[in-house]
Design a binder for this molecule. Structure first.
Ligand code: MEV
Length: 447
């Protein structure tokens, strides 16, 4: 490693100095790299300052497409749903499934619960039964400690729902846990939950140290960490679509089989659920929510019985096709980036400024729509036809096609199989033919 690669105080440097050092040290083409990095700065300096503040060491903005999937009929209301995603066929697939189901009653949703979870992990070798006996006292004391922290949340109808002491010392010597449930209303609530938990951690230590019955016990509490859990199996929404079986054009049974395979085979389940998250992540990202938290939780939920399975279910019974998804979604529509990111704010506005519960319904519906579209393609035409059709533009751009060449290629490939080599072949032929005809034209003009 070269000396110049090691850097101190980088975070304190102004953006221009960071870029200069970066391109001089790491870029193959320093000038072009700094030009491209600066090329994505927002012309509105104040806005750029806010975006820079979201993270550390920011030197540019990374552009992703912001698309719209219209015609989502959800619980009787129409939505045009913003989606941020780079994969070419996702928005088209969501839109097509939305249209299909809008003609069949749309998406129906039910919020099962909105409970979130936090944990204080501690080690204590004292008598757990004795601690349990003083559970109510402990709870009262902890709730008192966090009174000022929770007052606003309580006014909004949320706060701490319950508090459990768990003895996990059979898994790890001395390991005990305080598990707390929260209602955080329209906010995702991460900061609220973590602040409460850190206060609980201190309160717990004091309670045990000062309680006459417990302090006789010569064991100290060692709090290892206090943090929310991204596993929120009780922050749950169900979404479903249904219609007479015959409306599916004869593929209802095969569709149900495809879902069944994702229930029993983890290899297929992973891809199947990835398709669901294509839709979910895109809306979560567009709304300024944390898609990593949503993904982590969804996958943990998919494995809740010990085997990773499909998150969606399908039945065909008494002539009725029913396709549903049950998924934990801990989302917020206030706080975090939701109002700070200029486009996250617009996303929420375009969705009618939903409550967190409404956003759960919208996001889950897009997930189910995406899953429907993917399976429908897989069991009928195959996925590549639609995929490659939309990928055609990426290939053309990659090959430096002009606007005229793009139009010609799109006309040529309509109904044909798209592949990188086929497009390259077409472009070569097109360019040769154009050169020849230009030559002929010149010769005619000269003559
Ligand atoms: C591609 O991004 C997603 C799919 O693979 C999902 C699926 O197979 O169900 C098409």
């Amino acid at each position: 490693m070269h000396e110049k690669n090691l850097i101190a105080g980088f975070s304190k440097w102004p953006k221009s100095k960071k870029i200069q050092w970066l391109v001089e040290t790491y870029a193959a083409h320093p000038e072009e790299t700094s030009r491209d990095l600066a090329g994505f700065w927002h012309p509105n300096k104040e806005l750029q300052r806010i975006i820079d503040g979201f993270s550390e060491n920011t030197i540019s903005n990374y552009a992703l497409p912001y698309g719209i999937a219209p015609n989502f009929l959800i619980d009787g209301r129409y939505f045009a749903v913003p989606m941020v995603i780079e994969e070419s066929s996702v928005v088209a697939a969501a839109s097509s499934a939305a249209k299909f189901w809008a003609d069949r009653g749309g998406f129906h949703t039910r919020i099962i619960d909105t409970r979130k979870v936090g944990q204080v992990h501690f080690f204590w070798n004292g008598d757990f039964k004795l601690l349990q006996e003083h559970h109510d006292e402990l709870e009262k004391s902890l709730l008192q400690t966090v009174g000022p922290l929770t007052v606003n949340m309580r006014k909004r109808g949320g706060g701490i729902l319950d508090l459990k002491l768990l003895d996990l010392s059979d898994l790890e010597p001395g390991y005990r846990q305080l598990r707390v449930s929260f209602e955080t209303c329209d906010s995702m609530g991460a900061n609220f939950i973590n602040s409460v938990l850190e206060a609980f951690a201190e309160g717990l230590q004091l309670f045990i140290a000062q309680h006459p019955a417990l302090s006789e016990n010569p064991h100290e509490v060692d709090v290892l960490m206090a943090i929310l859990s991204n596993y929120t199996p009780e922050c749950l929404v169900e979404v479903w679509v249904e219609c007479p079986e015959e409306e599916l054009g004869g593929f209802a049974g095969r569709f149900a089989q495809a879902v069944r395979i994702a229930e029993i085979d983890p290899y297929r389940a992973t891809t199947h659920n990835k398709g669901i998250f294509n839709g979910i992540d895109a809306v979560v990202l567009a709304s300024g929510n944390d898609f990593r938290a949503i993904e982590a939780c969804g996958h943990a939920y998919a494995a809740r019985d010990g085997q990773y399975r499909s998150l969606s279910k399908c039945t065909v019974e008494n002539g009725l096709f029913r396709f549903s998804l049950e998924i934990p979604l801990a989302l917020g529509t206030v706080g975090g980036l939701t109002k700070l990111h200029p486009l996250a704010k617009r996303t929420l506005e375009l969705l009618g400024n939903p409550s967190a519960r409404e956003l759960m319904s919208i996001v889950a519906s897009v997930g189910l729509a995406q899953n429907f579209a993917a399976i429908r393609s897989l069991i009928t035409t195959g996925i590549q036809r639609g995929h490659m059709k939309l990928h055609l533009l990426n290939i053309l751009n990659h090959l430096g096609a002009s606007e005229a060449e793009i139009t010609a290629a799109q006309t040529y490939f309509d109904g044909k199989t798209v592949s990188h080599s086929a497009v390259q072949h077409f472009l070569n032929g097109w360019r040769e033919a154009t050169q020849v005809s230009q030559g002929v034209l010149m010769a005619v003009k000269k003559g």
